[in-house]
Design a protein around this ligand. Structure first.
Ligand code: MN
Length: 274
């Protein structure tokens, strides 16, 4: 039995609020937190990674419609940590590749040559400890009884056992284990998969006992605020969409969603700022 759980199966009760990449936008995070608090008490919140690393000044100038906000990455992580103390069993953090960069993953360089260093150099020891705690204790994916597999990227690698995910106990050491690295990369770094690959992945996961019919993921951007790529792949977008198009998803855990076609605009897929 492993000390830290790296995947979670949600119960068939209540709802799950799902959001993807925030990249340091505190206003977007606070809006999500307000929505979470207004939903019933049995609601779960799945945060699908890449909470940290906001745009550079150059990017803010280039696309003010998308990127003109102050980077408050650490403040968001601090508030997630606080919320997890408050309702530990209902606020779930799934690691993204930008988060992974702080706990042993490849350094990301979207807006700065080393974004992890850029963020951590301004933190004191206790702040750094909070950041590392949230990311070291993060999940890698969430299975839902309603059919949606939740992860940061679009997974393609076949798993032999679900336990393989739990076996990744230490992210810093994982880089020395090729199989662990392969699984981490599979869950966090791919933007898409050919349909047959994703179909095979979902079948494998379903064979472990919880039928998973499609993936909801982050990692990608779309100015429309939501896209699907066939029946198996859906992505609600906050970071990289203009304010009016930013979206999140709410699923009823007691329902059975058959494919991404069951994710209806303004029903399951909702505007962050209606
Ligand atoms: Mn990402």
């Amino acid at each position: 039995m492993h000390d830290i759980r790296r995947y979670l199966v949600l119960p068939r009760q209540g709802q799950v609020l799902i959001n993807t990449d925030i990249h340091g936008n505190l206003e977007d995070f606070e809006r999500l937190k307000t929505i979470f608090k207004e939903l019933p008490d049995d609601t779960h919140w799945a945060i699908l990674g890449d909470t940290v690393h906001g745009p550079s000044d150059a990017a803010r100038k280039r696309r003010p419609d998308l990127y003109d906000y102050e980077d408050q990455s650490f403040e968001i992580v601090r508030r997630i940590h606080e919320l997890q103390q408050e309702c530990r069993d209902r606020v779930h953090y799934v690691l993204g590749n930008h988060d992974w960069a702080h706990v042993g993953g490849p350094r990301t360089r979207k807006f700065y040559p080393d974004e992890a260093e850029n963020l951590e150099q301004h933190l004191n020891l206790s702040e750094r400890t909070i950041l590392h705690t949230v990311f070291n204790e993060a999940l890698l994916c969430i299975l839902t009884p309603c059919g949606a597999f939740l992860s940061h990227g679009v997974p393609g690698t076949q798993l032999e056992e679900l336990d393989e995910i739990d076996a990744i106990q230490d992210f810093e050491f994982a880089r020395h284990n090729p199989r662990h690295t392969q699984i981490l990369e599979a869950l966090m770094t791919a933007y898409g998969q050919p349909e047959p690959v994703l179909e095979a992945f979902l079948q494998t996961v379903s064979d472990f006992g919880v039928e998973q019919r499609f993936v909801i993921h982050g990692h990608d951007r779309d100015e429309e605020g939501f896209f699907t790529d066939g029946p198996y792949d859906a992505c609600p977008v906050i970071f990289g969409a203009p304010r009016a198009n930013k979206r999140y998803i709410v699923l009823n855990l007691e329902h059975s969603y058959q494919s991404t076609a069951d994710l209806r605009l303004d029903e399951e897929v909702r505007h962050l700022y209606p």
